[in-house]
Design a protein. Structure first.
Length: 413
């Protein structure tokens, strides 16, 4: 089952009954978190067992499903806390700061034609929330194959989870093999099912801003640490804030890149080949502070894989070992000092842009692992067309956007 969260702005302010529900919900979550910490439990069931009766008395008015849902949210926070506790030294008691509430799908009604949510507050009291519905939102509301999951209510918007059975994977008729770099995805596009060698066209999706954002935030954090060295608590707060902004900006860019890649793959019925970034560490170069972290690239893969699953586009991930060092023509692993910095060169005479060369190796690995393309795939590096580059994405394309739909996503069983 796939889940996609779609944010809807609210057409008007939340009614006071709903605000007080949000306050109660937050209170309930924070109490449950503290109780869970004290009793050293984190599963929803044990929290419910521990607290339900007491909470029922303290919040006599609250709809009981909302109460259970607050335990669910608390359980998520506790599990997350435990995970972070293992990796870091010091952590304060976790709590929810924002006003929020979450309702399970049985605990609210959504009129999908009108865009109105009916949310029970307590016995005999319901509130109506009118949503702002754009064309982007309409496509989710009117798609009957999507069922409704949980609802998250925030002071200015709601997030509706749409659920979908995993679609059947399409039979690919071409392949998009992409090598993931700090500032771009570089690769090749190969069509299958034709006689002889098929054309092998270079493709590029450039995201130079991501490295710039990382660099800028890195410098800002570094300055903050120096300036506020006398106050470690403040430094932590400010750096945390910087980190959140950085995450948000990069996330946004990566969604755009992924959308462009997926749009191309969908139009050309392409399978996507990516390297498996698991276990890879960034190069420990000389310029240590210029080293960029891998997480934007991991994030990009995550988004591509998620969106591809939603559309039924096959994604093959392959072990990238030697992908940047092997010659796709003769299989040799030449001395890395051969050729110019941006070029891969081999004794056999083969030479090509390093990144594109790597994507060819990824594709060859994928084929040897049984990548299937309708009509077969006769891939030969020799059919590479130097003269054309297909641009899948570049920053100038950013103007073309998805209207005010922020989406976050996750997968549930
Ligand atoms: Zn060679």
């Amino acid at each position: 089952m796939l889940v996609k969260g779609v944010a809807f702005p609210l057409a008007s302010d939340l009614p006071p009954e709903a605000i007080s529900l949000l306050c109660d919900f937050r209170l309930a979550v924070n109490k449950a978190v503290r109780a869970g910490l004290d009793a050293r439990v984190s599963s929803r069931n044990s929290i419910t067992k521990l607290l339900y009766r007491e909470f029922r008395e303290e919040h006599p008015g609250m709809y009981s499903q909302h109460l259970v849902s607050s335990f669910e949210v608390a359980s998520g926070i506790l599990k997350n806390y435990r995970k972070r506790l293992r990796s870091r030294r010091r952590l304060g008691t976790p709590f929810v700061k924002r006003l929020m509430m979450k309702a399970e799908n049985q605990a609210y009604k959504l009129d999908r034609t009108e865009g109105i949510i009916d949310l029970p507050v307590r016995a005999g009291c319901h509130v109506e929330l009118r949503l702002v519905v754009s064309r982007y939102h309409r496509q989710y509301l009117s798609d009957e194959t999507l069922s409704l999951g949980s609802l998250t209510v925030l002071p200015d918007r709601v997030i509706v989870a749409f659920r979908k059975e995993s679609p059947r994977t399409i039979v690919a008729s071409s392949v998009l093999s992409l090598d993931t770099n700090e500032r771009s995805l570089d690769g090749i596009f190969v069509e299958g099912g034709r006689k002889g060698d098929t054309a092998c066209i270079p493709v590029k999706a450039a995201f130079p801003e991501v490295a710039m954002i990382q660099q800028r935030h890195h410098e800002r954090r570094w300055r903050l640490q120096k300036k506020k060295a006398h106050d470690r608590r403040l430094t932590r707060v400010l750096c945390g804030r910087e980190g959140a902004r950085e995450h948000h900006r990069i996330d946004y860019q990566m969604h755009r890149v992924a959308n462009a890649v997926l749009e191309f793959a969908e139009n050309h019925r392409s399978a996507i080949v990516l390297e498996d970034l698991k276990g890879i560490r960034p190069n420990k170069g000389k310029e240590l502070n210029r080293r960029l972290s891998l997480w934007p690239r991991r994030k990009l893969h995550q988004i591509i894989e998620y969106k591809a699953a939603w559309k039924g586009i096959p994604v093959v991930k392959v072990d990238p070992r030697y992908s940047s060092r092997r010659c796709p023509m003769c299989g040799r692993i030449p001395d890395s000092r051969m050729g110019a910095k941006t070029e891969f060169a081999c004794e056999c005479g083969w030479h090509l842009n390093r990144h594109i060369n790597a994507s060819m190796n990824l594709l060859q690995t994928a084929i040897s692992k049984g990548l299937e393309v309708a009509g077969g795939l006769r891939f030969s590096p020799g059919a590479f067309q130097h003269d054309v580059v297909m641009t899948l994405y570049e920053p100038a394309m950013a103007a073309r956007s998805e209207p005010n739909g922020t989406s976050h996503f996750g997968e549930t069983s």
